[in-house]
Ligand binder design. Sequence first.
Ligand code: SF4
Ligand SMILES: [Zn+2]
Length: 355
Amino acid sequence: MDQPSYDVYELEKGMDAHNLTMREIRSHNQRTYDSKSPTRIWIDEDNTPSGIYKSLTIILNTGGCRWARAGGCTMCGYVAESVAGGSVSHEDLLAQIQVALDYEKQKNIHCGQIKIYTSGSFFDEREIPPTTREEIAKIFSNRDRIVIESLPDFVTEQKISDFTNMDLSVDIAIGLETASDRIRHDCINKYFTFEDFIAASTIANQAGAGIKAYLLLKPPFLSEVEAITDMIDSIDQVSPYAHTISMNPSNVQRHTLVEQLYFSHGYRPPWLWSISSILRETAKTNIIVVSDPVGAGSDRGPHNCGSCDDIVFRSIKDFNLRQDPSVLSEPSCDCQETWKFILENETGYNLPLLH
Ligand code: SF4
Ligand SMILES: [Zn+2]
C-alpha cells in the first residue's frame, strides 16, 4: 500500500497525467509580477527549540519551483504568483531583501528569526545563485536563527555552511506533506520519497542544521478521517528526523487541481475541529507541532460551521505558542456533532459529505 507502482512514470499515466493536467490548469493564469518586490512579507511569532522569537517572513519571488513548471503539486498555486520566465537576477533578489528590511524598520522591530521561502527551493541554484545565497547569509548574520525552505534534493552541507559560518542557527524547512509515499505521489503529485527526506535530514544534521517538516492536512481524494489518520501517523514517523512539524491544513489555491475539484463539489478543506483533535493527540510527543491555518473560517480555507470558526482558530494560535492542549478543549459548538458524523460516514467515494 505504501509504495507507488512503477506505472506512475508511464506516459500519460499516474504522475505524467497529473503533470499534464496541472500544466493545462496553470496555463490559464495571465497575471505578471514585479521582480523587485517579494511575493509577501510579514512579521509574526514562532515557537522554536530556543524559545519564542519574532520572525520576519519573506516569500522571495524567484521565478518559482522547477517542479511546478513541470506541472507540480495538486494543491500548490504558488507558481502562479511567481515572475514568469523562471529566473530573477542577483540585483533584483537583493532588492527584494531590501524591501523586507525596510518593512521591518518601518515596523520598528528587529526580528531574531528570519524565515525565507521562495515558493520553490532556496537551495535550488537556478532560483538563488550561489553568490546571492552568500550575500543573503551576510545580510542576516546579525540575527539568531534562520529558516530556509528547500526540496530535499537541493540540500547540501556546503550550502548550509554559508549560514552556519555566520553563526546562525539554521533550520531547513521541507515540504514533506506526508510520510506516506503513496499519498504524496498519488494525491499530491510530489515526486520525492520519504527516504529522500530522511537523507536530506541526515545531511542537514551533519551540517549542524535542524529540520522543520511541513505536513499537509487533507490532500485531495482523502476523506476527513483518512486525512486525520494520515497526519497522526506522519507526525509519528517524522518525529525522529525533525524538531518541529508545521501542520498545514489544505486551502484552495488558484490555478490548481484542488480548485477544480472544489468547483465541481469534489473537495472541502479540513474542519478546524480536525486540526484541534490532531494537536491534542500529538501534544504528548516530544516534538513541537504547530499549525497556522491559512484562510481559516473562509470557504476556501479550513472551516467549521461559521459561528465557531474564530474561537477555534484562536485556540489553535494559542496552542502554537504555549503547546498546552487544554486551550484546545475550551471551545465547543453544535457543529462538533456534524463533524463527528462526517468522520464516521464520509468515505473515499462519497466525499465531501458536506461543504
Ligand atoms: S508544493 Fe512545493 S514542490 Fe510542489 S509545486 Fe509547490 S513549490 Fe513546487
Ligand atoms: Zn460550529
